[in-house]
Design a binder for this molecule. Structure first.
Ligand code: UFG
Length: 339
């Protein structure tokens, strides 16, 4: 079975993807510097999967450490590259940290592994590359805008680097998955989103309010041109997203791609306003969520949701999890964290 290097495999989406890869029989090697995840995740992955992936605590910007990993592991058939900084607000405050880490990490990975005879990569990108889209739902043909944050710009530039590299290297094939809003947690309750530092995402924050950890949700703006004035997003269950990575990898390993660089949206295809999410959470959990309307958050797009026909047609991937399950699994995970 193919051996896959998963950078950032200890993180939120990375750990769920590792579980899926192991369940499909892939051999997994994780490279993660633990800058935004905790060591307990390794044991949890092993508990869910009954298999322990090989783990290297290394930084993907460290060429020497990656080289040593390569010598020790021998053949690597594919890479799923998650390792990157991801806080939008931090990237605005400290752009060089983001450019240094996110671009250097990708370039180093390509320098060390890009010369292999036949190498496949799935890259972790974001719908942030579309900015405030002109057409909804957003298809991959939507024009790419100037990024609103340095974080978003690292995703846009990374895609350009990957495209250029794929054009110049016949041995290299890559899929960039543009995620919409990943939420939820593994059904076992053993892994979920557990960032080091502050939580900024809507559904984990609602879960913190429900768990009594936070007094109220601040709804950022209610004067947008949407059905109730709050922003529209496309929420995707992290387990569905993990499946999308494995589908993308299978597709590349079976040489089904037409182009050396392909991009696909990974969302649910449905948009919900912030207040619809609050109402759905209340209905599913039976818990009233206190909220107050606050000013708009700088950089927020009004409405973003995906056209997912391309990923369905080409990769045969469809999201399977319901909104209720996304919300309740996030809440169950939050309760486990609070414990
Ligand atoms: N929101 C609130 N209150 C909060 C948090 C969020 O009202 O306390 C609203 C936001 O304004 C937005 C929606 O809930 O309308 C979703 O916000 P999130 O922070 O959960 O997610 P974003 O859409 O901002 O984030 C997504 C991805 C990021 C990516 C970002 C950039 O999850 O990884 O888009 O466009 F960086």
């Amino acid at each position: 079975m193919a051996k896959i290097l998963v950078t950032g495999g200890n993180g939120f989406i990375g750990s769920h993807t590792v579980v899926e890869l192991l369940s499909q029989g892939y051999e997994v090697v994780i490279a993660d510097n633990l800058c935004n995840s905790k060591p307990y995740v390794q044991e949890r992955i092993a508990k869910i999967s009954g298999k322990k992936p090989v783990f290297y605590q290394i930084d993907v910007c460290d060429a020497e450490a990656l080289q040593q990993l390569k010598e020790k592991e021998g053949r690597i058939d594919g890479i799923i590259h998650f390792a990157a900084h991801l806080f939008v607000d931090e990237s605005v405050a400290n752009p060089l940290k983001y450019y240094r880490n996110n671009l250097d990490g990708l370039i180093t990975l390509l320098e060390v592994f890009g010369g292999e005879k036949d190498i496949k990569m799935v890259f972790s990108s974001s719908c942030t590359v579309y900015g405030n889209p002109e057409t909804l739902p957003i298809s991959e043909q939507e024009s790419i805008k100037k990024a609103v944050s340095p974080y978003g710009n690292t995703k846009k530039v990374s895609e350009e680097i990957l495209y250029d590299f794929a054009v110049s290297h016949n041995n290299f094939n890559v899929i960039s998955l543009r995620y919409f809003n990943p939420i939820g947690a593994h059904g076992s309750g053993l892994i979920g989103e557990d960032p080091i530092g502050h939580q900024t995402h809507l559904v984990p924050i609602i879960s913190e309010v429900a768990a009594g950890k936070r007094a109220a949700l601040k709804v950022f703006g209610n004067d947008y041109q949407t059905k109730d004035g709050t922003c529209v997003r496309d929420y995707i269950h992290v387990v569905d997203l993990a499946h999308a990575h494995v589908k993308a990898l299978d597709y590349l390993l079976n040489d089904k791609n037409n182009d050396a660089f392909e991009v696909y949206n990974a969302g649910s295809g449905t948009g919900y306003t912030v207040l619809e999410i609050v109402a759905a959470f209340e209905k599913a959990s039976g818990i009233k969520i206190n909220y107050e309307v606050a000013p708009r958050r700088p950089g927020d797009a009004e409405a973003v949701f995906a056209d997912i026909s391309a990923i369905g047609n080409r990769l045969g991937w469809q999201p399977a999890e319901s909104l209720d399950n996304m919300l309740l699994s996030t809440y169950n995970w939050e309760k486990n964290l609070t414990k």
